[in-house]
Design a protein around this ligand. Structure first.
Ligand code: GLV
Length: 309
């Protein structure tokens, strides 16, 4: 009757503290300390070492400590019958929305170009966009995308969204499925990717898709590096079709030292920091699910194995 935390960064103690603060009786272990393998019923994971979860024979489910679960599906050794849950959290969604809005305003007012010009002591002003000039499109209107969509509408952005199924969000034009992707892209000047990474969405940000955006479009990817075909992004920026990109996620993280993105003047990089689970905000839902499992109740935020999110 215990929880094991499995992750390779320095946040294990933080998660342990947040969970124990809610229930000091709870048995919570780091996977790095001595722990009773056969008593572990829940694995709270983030980018765990592949293969490690199969040693917990009495596991009842796997809880991702973030919104994404792609790293769990990527580990072929994870027992297929185990339910997987993900995080759905107001703070996580708000953080993402604030990040994307900051990036859009940065683009709108050319702030990165000015920073670059400052390093060369260049004094020269550029034409800028206004909110009313821009059509913004969000790929993915799930727990994160829908909050962003509502915030963008509050700011007055002309906002559209594309998702697997039609969504009903005030002020948003909703497009759904493959058939409506081209129409969605045709007028999108700032394209934001907040899709889950699945077999269907892998490499979705490719040359074919970029070509359908209006000339000068800007790409924002804060979902997963696996959505993007890196070389095709660079090609479409260098040939002038895209004006640039702002990327928070990469195929390999940290981004490799020699990667072409680092030195590209039209690509802005942040180190996967757009939105990170706050342990105090998320711990209550982890505990709630633990109690639900104990009582045989349905788990919250269960992932569909078929859809992959
Ligand atoms: C962050 O990338 C998350 O999936 O929560």
């Amino acid at each position: 009757m215990a929880i094991v935390i499995v992750r390779q960064d320095d946040k294990i103690l933080l998660w342990k503290k947040a969970l124990k603060q809610i229930n000091p009786e709870l048995q919570v272990y780091s996977f790095l300390e001595d722990h009773p393998i056969n008593e572990i019923e829940v694995a709270l994971v983030w980018k765990h070492p592949a293969g490690i979860l199969s040693k917990y024979h009495n596991l009842k489910y796997i809880a991702s400590s973030g919104a994404g679960v792609d790293f769990i599906f990527e580990d072929a050794s994870v027992p297929k019958h185990l339910p997987i849950t993900r995080v759905v959290d107001k703070m996580l969604a708000n953080d993402m929305s604030e990040y994307i809005i900051a990036v859009i305003f940065n683009f709108l007012k050319n702030l990165n170009s000015y920073k670059l010009m400052q390093t060369k002591a260049i004094w020269s002003s550029k034409p800028y966009y206004r909110i009313c000039d821009l059509k913004v499109g969000i790929l993915g209107l799930g727990a994160l995308g829908s909050v962003l969509a509502k915030d963008l509408v509050k700011f007055g952005f002309n906002t559209r969204g594309w998702s697997a199924s039609q969504k009903n969000i005030d002020g948003i034009r909703s497009y759904a499925g493959k058939e409506q992707l081209s129409d969605f892209l045709a007028e999108t000047q700032v394209l934001i990717c907040l899709l889950p990474l699945t077999n269907k969405t892998k490499n979705i940000l490719n040359k074919q898709l970029f070509k359908q955006l209006p000339k000068g479009a800007h790409i924002i990817n804060a979902a997963r590096g696996g959505h993007l075909v890196d070389a095709e992004l660079i090609e479409m920026i260098d040939n002038g079709h895209l004006s640039g990109a702002s990327l928070d996620v990469f195929h390999k993280e940290p981004l490799e030292p020699g990667h072409l993105f680092w030195a590209h003047e039209k690509i802005n990089i942040t180190p996967h920091c757009a939105s990170v689970s706050d342990t105090d905000s998320v711990a209550p839902q982890i505990i709630e699910n633990y109690y639900r499992m104990k009582k045989g109740l349905p788990l919250l935020y269960l992932v569909s194995k078929k859809e992959g999110y």
